[in-house]
Design a binder for this molecule. Sequence first.
Ligand code: F6P
Length: 327
Amino acid sequence: MTKKITKIGILTSGGDSPGMNAAIRAVVRTALYNKLEVFGINHGYMGMVNDDITPMDGRSVANIIQRGGTILKTSRCKEFLEYEGRKKAFDNLNKKGIDGLVIIGGDGSFRGAQIFSNEFNIPCIGLPGTIDKDIAGTDYTIGFDTATNTAVEAIDKIRDTADAHDRLFLVEVMGRDAGYIALHSGIATGAENILIPERKTDLEEIILSLEEKEKRKKLVNIIIVAEGDEFGGANDLSKYIKEKLPSLEVRVCILGHIQRGGAPSCMDRVLASRMGYHAVECLLEGKHNVFVGIVNNKMHYIPLNEAIKKKQRISDDWMKMVKILAT
Ligand code: F6P
Protein backbone atom coordinates (compact mmCIF):
# COMPACT_ATOMS: atom_id res chain seq x y z
CA MET A 1 0.00 0.00 0.00
CA THR A 2 1.25 3.51 -0.77
CA LYS A 3 2.08 5.71 2.22
CA LYS A 4 -0.42 8.52 2.91
CA ILE A 5 0.97 11.95 2.03
CA THR A 6 0.99 14.52 4.84
CA LYS A 7 3.34 17.33 3.76
CA ILE A 8 3.87 18.59 0.25
CA GLY A 9 6.35 20.93 -1.37
CA ILE A 10 5.57 23.11 -4.36
CA LEU A 11 7.97 24.80 -6.76
CA THR A 12 8.09 26.57 -10.11
CA SER A 13 10.99 25.77 -12.42
CA GLY A 14 12.43 26.83 -15.80
CA GLY A 15 11.05 29.80 -17.73
CA ASP A 16 8.16 31.44 -15.87
CA SER A 17 4.74 31.57 -17.52
CA PRO A 18 1.61 33.61 -16.82
CA GLY A 19 -0.72 31.53 -14.66
CA MET A 20 1.97 29.93 -12.50
CA ASN A 21 0.70 31.97 -9.54
CA ALA A 22 -2.86 30.84 -10.13
CA ALA A 23 -1.59 27.24 -10.10
CA ILE A 24 0.36 27.78 -6.85
CA ARG A 25 -2.77 29.24 -5.26
CA ALA A 26 -4.90 26.27 -6.33
CA VAL A 27 -2.38 23.71 -5.06
CA VAL A 28 -1.92 25.45 -1.70
CA ARG A 29 -5.62 25.91 -1.03
CA THR A 30 -6.64 22.43 -2.17
CA ALA A 31 -3.88 20.89 -0.04
CA LEU A 32 -4.89 22.88 3.04
CA TYR A 33 -8.53 21.93 2.51
CA ASN A 34 -7.40 18.29 2.60
CA LYS A 35 -5.43 18.90 5.83
CA LEU A 36 -2.01 18.63 4.19
CA GLU A 37 0.86 20.88 5.23
CA VAL A 38 2.35 22.90 2.37
CA PHE A 39 5.87 24.23 1.86
CA GLY A 40 6.88 26.71 -0.81
CA ILE A 41 10.26 25.91 -2.37
CA ASN A 42 11.90 29.10 -3.65
CA HIS A 43 13.84 29.47 -6.94
CA GLY A 44 12.85 26.07 -8.33
CA TYR A 45 15.08 23.06 -7.68
CA MET A 46 17.75 25.47 -6.41
CA GLY A 47 15.61 26.05 -3.29
CA MET A 48 15.52 22.33 -2.64
CA VAL A 49 19.31 22.06 -2.94
CA ASN A 50 19.92 25.16 -0.77
CA ASP A 51 17.13 24.48 1.76
CA ASP A 52 15.22 27.63 0.80
CA ILE A 53 11.88 26.18 1.85
CA THR A 54 9.14 27.94 3.83
CA PRO A 55 5.72 26.92 5.13
CA MET A 56 2.70 28.37 3.29
CA ASP A 57 -0.82 29.05 4.46
CA GLY A 58 -3.99 30.19 2.75
CA ARG A 59 -2.98 33.84 3.09
CA SER A 60 0.41 33.31 1.41
CA VAL A 61 -1.43 32.94 -1.87
CA ALA A 62 -3.92 35.79 -1.45
CA ASN A 63 -4.15 38.35 -4.26
CA ILE A 64 -1.90 36.48 -6.70
CA ILE A 65 -4.30 34.83 -9.17
CA GLN A 66 -4.10 37.88 -11.46
CA ARG A 67 -0.31 38.30 -11.33
CA GLY A 68 2.24 37.18 -13.93
CA GLY A 69 5.65 35.74 -12.95
CA THR A 70 5.82 33.44 -9.94
CA ILE A 71 5.80 34.36 -6.25
CA LEU A 72 8.04 31.34 -5.61
CA LYS A 73 10.62 32.57 -8.17
CA THR A 74 12.20 30.20 -10.62
CA SER A 75 15.55 29.08 -12.00
CA ARG A 76 17.29 26.56 -14.18
CA CYS A 77 19.35 24.69 -11.60
CA LYS A 78 22.67 23.11 -12.68
CA GLU A 79 23.30 21.34 -9.34
CA PHE A 80 20.10 19.36 -9.74
CA LEU A 81 21.50 17.78 -12.91
CA GLU A 82 24.04 15.93 -10.74
CA TYR A 83 23.28 13.14 -8.27
CA GLU A 84 25.07 14.98 -5.42
CA GLY A 85 22.76 17.99 -5.86
CA ARG A 86 19.66 15.83 -5.93
CA LYS A 87 20.80 13.95 -2.80
CA LYS A 88 21.27 17.26 -0.98
CA ALA A 89 17.78 18.28 -2.14
CA PHE A 90 16.28 15.03 -0.88
CA ASP A 91 17.96 15.38 2.52
CA ASN A 92 16.50 18.88 2.86
CA LEU A 93 13.00 17.63 2.07
CA ASN A 94 13.48 14.73 4.48
CA LYS A 95 14.44 17.09 7.33
CA LYS A 96 11.04 18.75 6.98
CA GLY A 97 9.14 15.53 6.41
CA ILE A 98 8.00 16.57 2.92
CA ASP A 99 6.67 13.43 1.25
CA GLY A 100 5.18 14.71 -2.02
CA LEU A 101 6.06 17.36 -4.60
CA VAL A 102 4.22 19.46 -7.15
CA ILE A 103 6.47 20.81 -9.89
CA ILE A 104 5.18 23.55 -12.19
CA GLY A 105 7.37 23.85 -15.25
CA GLY A 106 8.24 22.62 -18.72
CA ASP A 107 9.78 19.44 -20.12
CA GLY A 108 13.23 20.06 -18.58
CA SER A 109 11.64 20.40 -15.15
CA PHE A 110 9.63 17.21 -15.71
CA ARG A 111 12.80 15.35 -16.65
CA GLY A 112 14.38 16.43 -13.36
CA ALA A 113 11.26 15.41 -11.44
CA GLN A 114 11.24 11.97 -12.96
CA ILE A 115 14.87 11.23 -12.19
CA PHE A 116 14.47 12.58 -8.64
CA SER A 117 11.35 10.56 -7.99
CA ASN A 118 12.92 7.33 -9.25
CA GLU A 119 16.08 7.84 -7.22
CA PHE A 120 14.43 8.73 -3.92
CA ASN A 121 10.97 7.21 -4.26
CA ILE A 122 9.10 10.45 -3.66
CA PRO A 123 5.87 11.11 -5.58
CA CYS A 124 6.21 14.02 -8.00
CA ILE A 125 3.26 15.53 -9.83
CA GLY A 126 3.92 17.88 -12.74
CA LEU A 127 1.84 20.81 -13.92
CA PRO A 128 2.70 21.94 -17.46
CA GLY A 129 3.72 25.58 -17.03
CA THR A 130 5.36 26.94 -20.17
CA ILE A 131 4.45 29.47 -22.82
CA ASP A 132 5.89 27.14 -25.48
CA LYS A 133 3.10 24.49 -25.37
CA ASP A 134 5.78 21.93 -26.18
CA ILE A 135 4.60 19.13 -23.90
CA ALA A 136 3.08 16.03 -25.49
CA GLY A 137 -0.11 14.68 -23.92
CA THR A 138 -1.87 17.96 -23.15
CA ASP A 139 -3.84 20.26 -25.44
CA TYR A 140 -2.70 23.36 -23.51
CA THR A 141 -0.02 24.43 -21.10
CA ILE A 142 -0.33 27.15 -18.47
CA GLY A 143 0.80 30.46 -19.99
CA PHE A 144 0.46 29.64 -23.68
CA ASP A 145 -2.83 31.47 -24.11
CA THR A 146 -1.59 34.64 -22.45
CA ALA A 147 1.72 34.65 -24.32
CA THR A 148 -0.05 34.12 -27.63
CA ASN A 149 -2.49 36.93 -26.89
CA THR A 150 0.42 39.21 -26.04
CA ALA A 151 2.00 38.33 -29.40
CA VAL A 152 -1.31 38.93 -31.20
CA GLU A 153 -1.70 42.36 -29.63
CA ALA A 154 1.83 43.31 -30.68
CA ILE A 155 1.48 41.95 -34.23
CA ASP A 156 -1.80 43.87 -34.71
CA LYS A 157 0.09 47.05 -33.85
CA ILE A 158 2.90 46.13 -36.22
CA ARG A 159 0.36 45.66 -39.00
CA ASP A 160 -0.83 49.27 -38.55
CA THR A 161 2.63 50.66 -39.20
CA ALA A 162 3.42 48.04 -41.88
CA ASP A 163 0.28 49.14 -43.68
CA ALA A 164 1.12 52.84 -43.37
CA HIS A 165 4.51 52.31 -45.04
CA ASP A 166 3.79 49.38 -47.37
CA ARG A 167 6.43 47.28 -45.66
CA LEU A 168 7.31 43.68 -45.09
CA PHE A 169 7.70 42.88 -41.39
CA LEU A 170 9.40 39.80 -40.02
CA VAL A 171 8.18 39.22 -36.49
CA GLU A 172 10.08 36.74 -34.34
CA VAL A 173 8.21 35.04 -31.53
CA MET A 174 9.35 32.72 -28.74
CA GLY A 175 8.72 29.00 -28.41
CA ARG A 176 12.18 27.46 -28.18
CA ASP A 177 12.01 24.35 -30.46
CA ALA A 178 8.25 24.55 -30.89
CA GLY A 179 6.20 26.61 -33.35
CA TYR A 180 2.90 26.89 -31.48
CA ILE A 181 3.10 30.56 -30.49
CA ALA A 182 4.07 31.37 -34.08
CA LEU A 183 1.31 29.25 -35.56
CA HIS A 184 -1.51 30.50 -33.35
CA SER A 185 -0.49 34.17 -33.31
CA GLY A 186 0.12 34.04 -37.07
CA ILE A 187 -3.32 32.62 -37.83
CA ALA A 188 -4.99 35.07 -35.46
CA THR A 189 -3.35 38.09 -37.09
CA GLY A 190 -3.77 36.97 -40.68
CA ALA A 191 -0.03 36.67 -41.22
CA GLU A 192 1.03 36.09 -44.82
CA ASN A 193 3.46 33.35 -43.83
CA ILE A 194 4.42 31.43 -40.70
CA LEU A 195 7.79 29.72 -40.29
CA ILE A 196 7.97 27.02 -37.66
CA PRO A 197 10.58 24.41 -36.68
CA GLU A 198 8.12 21.57 -37.28
CA ARG A 199 8.17 22.31 -41.05
CA LYS A 200 11.00 22.64 -43.51
CA THR A 201 11.45 26.30 -44.45
CA ASP A 202 11.39 26.66 -48.22
CA LEU A 203 13.31 29.89 -48.87
CA GLU A 204 12.72 29.77 -52.58
CA GLU A 205 8.99 29.57 -52.05
CA ILE A 206 9.10 32.61 -49.73
CA ILE A 207 10.90 34.67 -52.37
CA LEU A 208 8.58 33.53 -55.17
CA SER A 209 5.54 34.35 -53.10
CA LEU A 210 6.87 37.83 -52.21
CA GLU A 211 7.64 38.49 -55.89
CA GLU A 212 4.17 37.39 -56.87
CA LYS A 213 2.67 39.67 -54.21
CA GLU A 214 4.81 42.59 -55.35
CA LYS A 215 3.48 42.12 -58.89
CA ARG A 216 -0.10 42.47 -57.71
CA LYS A 217 0.85 45.42 -55.47
CA LYS A 218 0.35 43.59 -52.21
CA LEU A 219 3.21 45.24 -50.40
CA VAL A 220 2.07 44.87 -46.78
CA ASN A 221 3.17 41.49 -45.55
CA ILE A 222 3.83 39.99 -42.17
CA ILE A 223 5.87 36.84 -41.75
CA ILE A 224 5.91 35.27 -38.31
CA VAL A 225 9.18 33.49 -37.57
CA ALA A 226 9.41 31.05 -34.67
CA GLU A 227 12.70 31.59 -32.84
CA GLY A 228 13.51 27.87 -33.30
CA ASP A 229 13.03 27.82 -37.06
CA GLU A 230 15.75 25.73 -38.71
CA PHE A 231 16.83 28.52 -41.07
CA GLY A 232 17.45 30.90 -38.19
CA GLY A 233 15.67 33.86 -36.68
CA ALA A 234 14.03 36.92 -38.23
CA ASN A 235 17.38 38.70 -38.64
CA ASP A 236 18.81 35.86 -40.74
CA LEU A 237 15.71 35.79 -42.89
CA SER A 238 15.79 39.55 -43.33
CA LYS A 239 19.37 39.38 -44.58
CA TYR A 240 18.44 36.68 -47.05
CA ILE A 241 15.36 38.52 -48.37
CA LYS A 242 17.23 41.82 -48.73
CA GLU A 243 19.87 40.10 -50.85
CA LYS A 244 17.28 38.50 -53.10
CA LEU A 245 14.79 41.36 -53.27
CA PRO A 246 16.71 44.61 -52.67
CA SER A 247 13.76 46.81 -53.63
CA LEU A 248 11.62 45.52 -50.77
CA GLU A 249 11.31 47.54 -47.54
CA VAL A 250 11.93 44.99 -44.79
CA ARG A 251 11.81 45.51 -41.03
CA VAL A 252 12.42 43.07 -38.18
CA CYS A 253 10.70 43.00 -34.80
CA ILE A 254 11.75 40.50 -32.13
CA LEU A 255 9.03 40.31 -29.50
CA GLY A 256 11.18 38.58 -26.87
CA HIS A 257 10.41 38.37 -23.17
CA ILE A 258 7.30 40.55 -23.17
CA GLN A 259 5.61 37.30 -24.22
CA ARG A 260 6.40 35.77 -20.83
CA GLY A 261 5.06 38.56 -18.63
CA GLY A 262 1.75 40.18 -17.83
CA ALA A 263 -1.51 39.22 -16.18
CA PRO A 264 -2.68 35.74 -17.14
CA SER A 265 -5.71 35.49 -19.43
CA CYS A 266 -9.00 34.12 -18.10
CA MET A 267 -8.26 30.85 -19.88
CA ASP A 268 -4.86 30.46 -18.20
CA ARG A 269 -6.27 31.31 -14.76
CA VAL A 270 -9.02 28.72 -15.11
CA LEU A 271 -6.64 26.11 -16.56
CA ALA A 272 -4.10 26.69 -13.78
CA SER A 273 -6.80 26.49 -11.09
CA ARG A 274 -8.17 23.22 -12.46
CA MET A 275 -4.73 21.70 -12.89
CA GLY A 276 -3.58 22.78 -9.43
CA TYR A 277 -6.67 21.28 -7.83
CA HIS A 278 -6.11 18.00 -9.70
CA ALA A 279 -2.41 17.85 -8.78
CA VAL A 280 -3.37 17.52 -5.11
CA GLU A 281 -6.07 14.96 -5.94
CA CYS A 282 -3.33 12.98 -7.71
CA LEU A 283 -1.12 12.98 -4.63
CA LEU A 284 -4.02 12.00 -2.39
CA GLU A 285 -4.85 9.10 -4.73
CA GLY A 286 -1.26 7.86 -4.39
CA LYS A 287 -0.18 8.59 -7.97
CA HIS A 288 3.52 8.80 -8.80
CA ASN A 289 5.36 10.48 -11.64
CA VAL A 290 2.47 11.83 -13.64
CA PHE A 291 1.59 15.28 -14.89
CA VAL A 292 -1.85 16.81 -15.14
CA GLY A 293 -2.85 17.49 -18.73
CA ILE A 294 -6.00 18.70 -20.43
CA VAL A 295 -7.41 16.71 -23.34
CA ASN A 296 -10.77 17.67 -24.88
CA ASN A 297 -11.44 19.88 -21.85
CA LYS A 298 -11.02 16.98 -19.40
CA MET A 299 -8.19 16.53 -16.93
CA HIS A 300 -5.92 13.57 -17.57
CA TYR A 301 -3.02 12.11 -15.61
CA ILE A 302 -0.18 11.31 -17.98
CA PRO A 303 3.13 9.59 -17.13
CA LEU A 304 5.92 12.16 -16.94
CA ASN A 305 8.07 10.23 -19.38
CA GLU A 306 5.43 10.58 -22.12
CA ALA A 307 5.75 14.35 -21.95
CA ILE A 308 9.48 14.04 -22.30
CA LYS A 309 9.68 11.26 -24.90
CA LYS A 310 7.09 12.28 -27.46
CA LYS A 311 7.24 15.26 -29.77
CA GLN A 312 4.09 17.22 -30.52
CA ARG A 313 3.00 17.21 -34.15
CA ILE A 314 1.40 20.01 -36.10
CA SER A 315 -1.09 18.52 -38.55
CA ASP A 316 -0.81 19.07 -42.30
CA ASP A 317 -4.36 20.40 -42.27
CA TRP A 318 -3.36 23.42 -40.19
CA MET A 319 -0.57 24.27 -42.59
CA LYS A 320 -2.85 23.89 -45.61
CA MET A 321 -5.34 26.27 -43.99
CA VAL A 322 -2.61 28.83 -43.25
CA LYS A 323 -1.69 28.87 -46.96
CA ILE A 324 -5.29 29.21 -48.15
CA LEU A 325 -6.16 32.01 -45.74
CA ALA A 326 -3.01 34.02 -46.36
CA THR A 327 -3.38 34.80 -50.05
O1 F6P B 1 10.70 28.08 -22.44
C1 F6P B 1 10.23 29.38 -22.36
C2 F6P B 1 11.12 30.34 -23.09
O2 F6P B 1 10.58 31.63 -22.97
C3 F6P B 1 11.37 29.98 -24.57
O3 F6P B 1 10.30 30.35 -25.40
C4 F6P B 1 12.65 30.74 -24.82
O4 F6P B 1 13.39 30.12 -25.85
C5 F6P B 1 13.38 30.63 -23.51
O5 F6P B 1 12.41 30.35 -22.51
C6 F6P B 1 14.14 31.86 -23.11
O6 F6P B 1 14.83 31.58 -21.93
P1 F6P B 1 15.59 32.68 -21.07
O7 F6P B 1 14.58 33.53 -20.38
O8 F6P B 1 16.40 31.90 -20.12
O9 F6P B 1 16.39 33.49 -22.03
